[in-house]
Design a protein around this ligand. Structure first.
Ligand code: ZN
Length: 296
């Protein structure tokens, strides 16, 4: 038997309802199988009996699963990529992310050249995002891939830069992940984007614009933002409730209080760290509003 033609499943050991959905070209490989399919879908009673006999398979002490037929319709469970900085150095980051109750799928070290560790299989849930929300979806660990980058974060009054060597490791990794899981540009985010009340990583030193220039992530129309900045300066900012709505439409979990409260400030600061890192004080200003209006 040619290797690419799967073996006929044993009679009674297969769910006939599943066989009925088999593509014609596969079913055509087995004489008599089409007839069995027709019989299986001919009457609900027969199909139900087949379901009981084949799928539930009580009494058998060996679980038989036939994987010779694979569905054409399916997609990745992963829809978001979350970037982090570790704060700790490489040995300690490795220790924490592999031996404690936090983890990430990937870790990019600060060695020369940087090394990319995979600590968790992509089919498994890594524990990196914690309480989080993006475009109304919470519990992002269930639907995301976490990438930790060895970086100290806040250092003195500034932030540790991300060396080019790390970006040269990060960018191909992200391109690979984004392509395999069909990640939308807006869903490549920082921990601070999805948990703005608790987190600041990957911080304002992270070069989101460089990533965007490499075709990764969401960026804004800079010409339009420059024009709108002038308009907001001349005409003033919209009311706070409208600003909160714009942030919500950009994906952020933000209260709808109509006030510049502490929570809203932290969301604005997270937005600024991503798109306007030169000033991320959480103060809504003309340029921040113009960028919000210029996102794709
Ligand atoms: Zn983080």
């Amino acid at each position: 038997m040619p290797r690419d033609i799967p073996a006929l499943p044993p009679a009674g050991g297969h769910c006939l309802r599943g066989l009925a959905l088999m593509p014609e070209r596969v079913a055509g490989q087995w004489p008599g199988l089409r007839r069995r399919l027709r019989q299986a879908v001919a009457g609900p009673a027969l199909a139900a009996a087949a379901l009981l006999a084949g799928c539930a398979a009580p009494g058998g002490d060996t679980l038989k699963i036939d994987r010779s037929v694979q569905a054409v319709s399916h997609s990745s469970r992963v829809s978001v990529v979350v970037l982090h900085y570790t704060v700790s150095d490489t040995p300690r980051s490795l220790e924490i992310l592999s031996r404690r109750n936090v983890s990430s799928h990937y870790l990019i070290t600060d060695e020369t050249p940087p090394r990319i560790y995979q600590l968790v299989d992509e089919s498994r849930r890594a524990w990196h995002a914690g309480e989080s929300e993006w475009y109304g979806r919470s519990d992002l660990n269930a639907a995301s891939i976490g990438v930790e980058i060895v970086n100290a974060g806040p250092v003195g009054k500034g932030w540790q830069p991300y060396p080019d060597a790390q970006l040269r490791a990060l960018i191909p990794l992200l391109k690979d992940i984004v392509a395999r899981h069909q990640i939308l540009p807006r869903n490549l985010v920082g921990h601070s984007d999805v948990a703005p009340q608790r987190k600041q990583d990957p911080g304002p030193a992270f070069p989101w614009k460089t990533l965007a220039e490499a075709g990764l992530g969401r960026w804004y129309d800079e010409a339009r933002a420059a024009e709108l900045t002038g308009r907001y300066r001349r005409e003033g900012l919209p009311p706070m409730i409208a600003i909160q709505e714009k942030l919500r439409r950009a994906g952020y979990a933000v209260p709808a209080t109509g006030m510049l409260d502490a929570e809203t400030r932290r969301v604005i600061s997270a937005f600024q760290m991503h798109y306007r890192p030169a000033r991320h004080d959480g103060e809504p200003d003309a340029e921040t509003l113009a960028i919000l209006d210029s996102l794709p």
